[in-house]
Design a protein around this ligand. Structure first.
Ligand SMILES: NC(=O)c1ccc[n+]([C@@H]2O[C@H](COP(=O)([O-])OP(=O)(O)OC[C@H]3O[C@@H](n4cnc5c(N)ncnc54)[C@H](O)[C@@H]3O)[C@@H](O)[C@H]2O)c1
Length: 262
């Protein structure tokens, strides 16, 4: 990532934050951080600055297309280029289909699917004229393997996968690559921790500690995936090391899909 300019969404916590920090550790010159949680996003930016990178934290609600467009316009104006754009911000929603209101549908789909689409569109606006760039989107196991209570989540994260593969066909002749990652279970928050910017979960999303141990046993790898393992995959697909990889889906789940029995 030496001297690259990279934009990451969801940088206030979890995998997005980890990816931003790893980008700086790998030599990125400028990391643009998009998140709706300003205080934590500023803290990430502060860490990046201490590591020697230029950090630009921007308040963006990924459910708001005007805010997405304004953020990428600032990137264009202030940086003049964008080498990589990692669209990680978002959330999981788990619950019964009969509990899904139109408002909830819009909240989940607008942030996860629509937000990802318009981040891609804005990144392409900058990358096409420079004839280079890499975009990496975020999916989830629920898109590939039926998990109880994830019908709405599967629709959004499944949409991201097929959208990515289709978009790659448009982007390839213009020198831009678009790929997508699906991580396994990554424990980014303590069980029951408040997640202020996502709709109330109908089911407890993080398993209680006894179920957590069982859950890890059910995975092929026998443990949770670490945030850094997902961040490394993002940076591989953002970097020139993956120059021949386009329209691809990378699983970072240690092999196979777990069954959520909580
Ligand atoms: N943790 C897992 O096991 C797992 C598994 C599969 C996929 N994912 C995906 O990984 C991504 C990151 O999740 P995480 O596990 O790091 O969780 P996280 O809650 O730690 O991080 C999510 C980040 O996205 C931000 N965000 C949420 N809504 C937003 C909005 N409307 N606008 C802007 N920013 C918003 C949050 O503020 C937070 O910084 C999500 O898209 C999630 O669906 C996570």
């Amino acid at each position: 990532m030496t001297d690259k300019t990279i934009l990451v969404t969801g940088t206030a916590s979890g995998i997005g934050r980890e990816t931003a920090l790893l980008a700086a550790a790998e030599g990125a010159a400028c990391v643009i951080c998009l998140d709706v949680h300003d205080e934590n996003n500023e803290a990430t930016a502060h860490e990046l600055t201490k590591m020697g990178a230029r950090a630009i934290p921007l308040h963006v609600d990924l459910g708001n297309v005007d805010q997405i467009r304004a953020a990428f316009a600032r990137v264009s104006a202030e940086c003049g280029r964008l080498d990589a754009s990692a669209h990680i911000g978002g959330f999981s929603w788990r619950g019964e289909t009969l509990d899904v209101t139109v408002e909830l549908w819009e909240q989940v789909m607008n942030v996860n699917l629509r937000g990802t689409f318009f981040c891609c569109q804005e990144a392409l606006r900058i990358m096409y004229p420079q004839k280079s760039g890499a975009i990496v989107n975020m999916s989830a196991d629920a898109a590939f393997h039926p998990i109880y209570g994830f019908a709405l989540q599967a629709a959004g994260k499944g949409g991201i996968v097929h959208m990515t593969k289709t978009l790659a066909l448009e982007a390839a002749p213009r020198g831009v690559r678009v790929n997508v990652i699906s991580p396994g279970i990554v424990r980014t928050q303590k069980a029951g921790a408040e997640r202020p910017f996502q709709p109330a979960l109908q089911r407890e999303q993080s398993p209680p500690d006894d179920a957590a141990a069982r859950l890890a046993d059910q995975t092929a790898i026998g443990r949770y995936i670490a945030m850094e393992e997902v961040a490394r995959a993002f940076l591989f697909l953002c970097s020139d090391y993956s120059s021949g990889v386009n329209g691809d889906l990378m699983f970072v789940n240690g092999g196979g899909y777990p069954t959520l029995d909580y």
